[in-house]
Ligand binder design. Structure first.
Ligand code: GDP
Ligand code: MG
Length: 374
């Protein structure tokens, strides 16, 4: 047994850690002995981290980082969570909160002290600096959230365009069946692929055509469902046939689309029928696959500071919104008391990220994602 005296322990309280062999029978026996004393109970989900937060060892954003670390499914996700856990973001937000508080108290001083002058220009400059800082934190927040969980990527297109061939070429081994007959792929095949430090959750799908029936029709319905959830669609077109009216119907179903002109090896004519930005490949011979991977990674740039937890980006956006109200109020020469209301709301939003005056329901929600023992 190891004793961790507070306040240096993880939770900040006195803690003892029992190490034993992992045989569940032994663990159960130890738990029974401890339970029989009547002095103990099992911890709730995330209770250790919750106590660390309540005892001021970490702030709420860091507690969420612990949760993100436990739930990370990719190396990229682990790095993002670790960076949040170091407290870099917390320190930046804390400085931002102090700056805002400084502006607020400055304005409030001008209400009561006659010599304290109300200077709209300097307030405007200070508010603009904070807005810029928030913008830099929010840049790519949406991409970062997707990178944390993995980018849902779907290979779609008409039958026989070469979707399964592209899926295999990206994976680097023949995972899906490739055949010259159309309608080969029916079930969705899912594989995780990592490159450029980004996790892509790749789906190979049934080719889309209107006249399908039976199992193929069910396959197409599944394709449509996954297309709607996709962050990225690789829309594959047979370059010999060019982009058709039918293709146009399906393009744009995912959030982002890359048009992939496949079978470039068969296409001797000038490159016709493609759209701007299309990537030309030959899945069969592996040509252009690198360019395709590059184009995919470029669509999901990494923010330097990587705010990736939705609660954080929501609160930052809210703070930004109130700061821009404040900017408008300054431009419209509103009285200082009006500015203070907006500034206080912005300040409050930023403080909430660290867990300041947060409701019990929000706390419960955050820790309910944790496992017991963390
Ligand atoms: N020449 C050539 N044939 C290809 C290429 N990619 C796929 N094919 C052929 O096109 C047919 C359909 O390929 P497949 O990947 O099963 O298409 P899917 O129905 O869209 O999944 C197969 O006979 C493949 O060998 C390519 O880049 N060049
Ligand atoms: Mg296929």
């Amino acid at each position: 047994m190891v004793f961790h005296p507070g306040p240096q322990s993880y939770t900040g309280e006195d803690t003892a850690e029992i190490s034993c062999h992992g045989n569940p029978l032994l663990v159960d026996t130890i738990m029974e002995i401890i339970g029989a004393t009547g002095l103990a109970r099992t911890a709730e989900k995330g209770e250790f981290t919750k106590r660390a937060y309540i005892n001021g060892k970490i702030d709420l954003a860091q507690a969420e980082a612990v949760g993100a670390l436990i739930n990370a499914e990719s190396a990229g996700g682990v790095r993002m969570a670790q960076s949040l856990l170091t407290g870099d973001l917390s320190r930046r937000l804390s400085r931002m909160g102090e700056d805002l508080f400084g502006i607020i108290t400055g304005i409030e001083a001008s209400f009561v002290i006659e010599e304290a002058e109300h200077d709209p220009d300097s307030i405007r400059r200070a508010v603009d600096a904070i807005i810029r800082e928030i913008d830099s934190l929010l840049a790519h927040a949406d991409c970062a959230a997707k990178r944390y969980s993995g980018i849902i990527t779907t290979v779609a297109g008409l039958p026989n365009a070469g979707k399964s061939s592209i899926f295999n070429a990206v994976l680097g081994y023949p995972r899906a069946i490739v055949h010259h007959e159309s309608g080969t792929t029916r079930d969705i095949i899912r594989e995780r692929v990592t490159f450029s430090g980004i996790d892509f959750l790749f789906h190979d799908t049934a080719g889309i055509r209107e006249t399908a029936s039976g199992p193929e029709e069910i396959g197409i319905q599944k394709t449509v469902d996954i297309l709607k959830q996709s962050h990225l669609v690789l829309y594959v077109v047979d370059a010999c046939k060019g982009l058709s009216k039918q293709d146009e119907r399906w393009l744009g179903m995912g959030e982002k689309t890359i048009v992939v002109m496949n079978k470039a090896d068969l296409q001797n004519h000038p490159k016709y029928g493609a759209r701007e930005g299309a990537v030309w490949v030959s899945a069969k011979y592996g040509h252009g696959i690198r360019d395709l991977l590059g184009a995919m990674a470029d669509l999901f740039p990494m923010g330097q500071r990587g705010v990736f937890i939705p609660r954080h980006s929501y609160l930052l956006s809210r703070a930004r919104q109130y700061l821009s109200y404040c900017r408008e109020a300054i431009d419209e020469r509103m009285t200082p008391d009006v500015l203070v209301i907006d500034l206080k709301t912005a300040h409050q939003s930023i403080r909430e990220i660290a867990g300041d005056s947060i409701g019990q329901d929000v706390l419960d929600q955050i820790f309910s994602d944790f496992c017991v023992g963390k």
